[in-house]
Design a protein around this ligand. Sequence first.
Ligand code: TXA
Ligand code: MG
Length: 323
Amino acid sequence: MATTALKTIDEALLARAGAAIRDGALVVMPTETVYGLAGDATNDAAVAAIFAAKGRPRFNPLIVHVENREMAACYVSLSPAATRLADAFWPGPLTIVAPRRDAASLLASAGLETLAVRAPAHPAARALIAAAGRPLAAPSANPSGAVSPTRESHIDRSIRDAAAFVLDGGPCDIGLESTIVKVDGEGAAILRPGGVSHEALEAVLGAPLAEAAPAETPEAPGMLKSHYAPHARVFVGRERPQADEAFLAFGPDAPDHPFALNLSEAGDTSEAAAHLFDYLRKLDALCAEKNLTAIAAAPVPDTGLGRAINDRLQRAAAPREQP
Ligand code: TXA
Ligand code: MG
């Protein structure tokens, strides 16, 4: 895709970048923490394109960037404690993880029941959200495993190629990712330290933060197997389902089946990723409704987002821990 790096972010440019977002394209945007690779958080295909551009081996949930608390409240339900945090630190480097509503892409939250939201302070990020009129899903704009970019010149070629626009907002003021805090009713825990300090959070909460989860066990998909597993059993790598199974099909040659959803008739792994969590939920509901015994998932090639899809399917199929 043709990419323009732009030195001046004016209204006309923002209007074009905002329209590109509405069309499902990606835009590299500056924030006060690090640069982000942004796409429409309500569009599964745009979110899949973000994962593809980052080359993420699995679906890590993304932060959804909003203008303010009112906009956040369309996508998550904010408890009184979460509301106090938003009022104290937004716009700014605080991400709040809270129970999700249905309006945002399920892929953005990687199938979790929670969603991460943040109102960034950088004027270009705020202006882009306003111009798009959409919440923006945006991970740091680096290939998976690489360091987060804090200047336009840090943006990798592969990320540029995936973006319709690269907005140059100068060096990031904070240069370190946002603090992520998970708020559960009145309790709160830091999932990732960052731009807002522990002390500053506790001062606003008026209570100590819960013990932070160890850095190696983030609440990301794959870490919490059972969190993502559907109720029905899942079998992977099945060319054909049995009559009493639901079928998660893939590709143009899928066999006909009365209880099937095809992740991508074209055999496109990005399209498949965009449908994955939604279809797993739908087939799970179908299993309950029609008394089917399991979800049989067709083989998906390990190319592009196929790796992340297979990672997710393997986990859904793994033996369940007994409660
Ligand atoms: O400063 C930042 O936060 C930057 C800018 C662009 O806003 N973004 C950023 O995104 O660092 P990313 O994708 O590189 O890191 C987001 C982190 C991931 O580690 C992810 O696991 C976690 O947020 N996360 C997102 N949603 C979550 C959820 N629902 N529950 C727990 N962790 C979540
Ligand atoms: Mg990152």
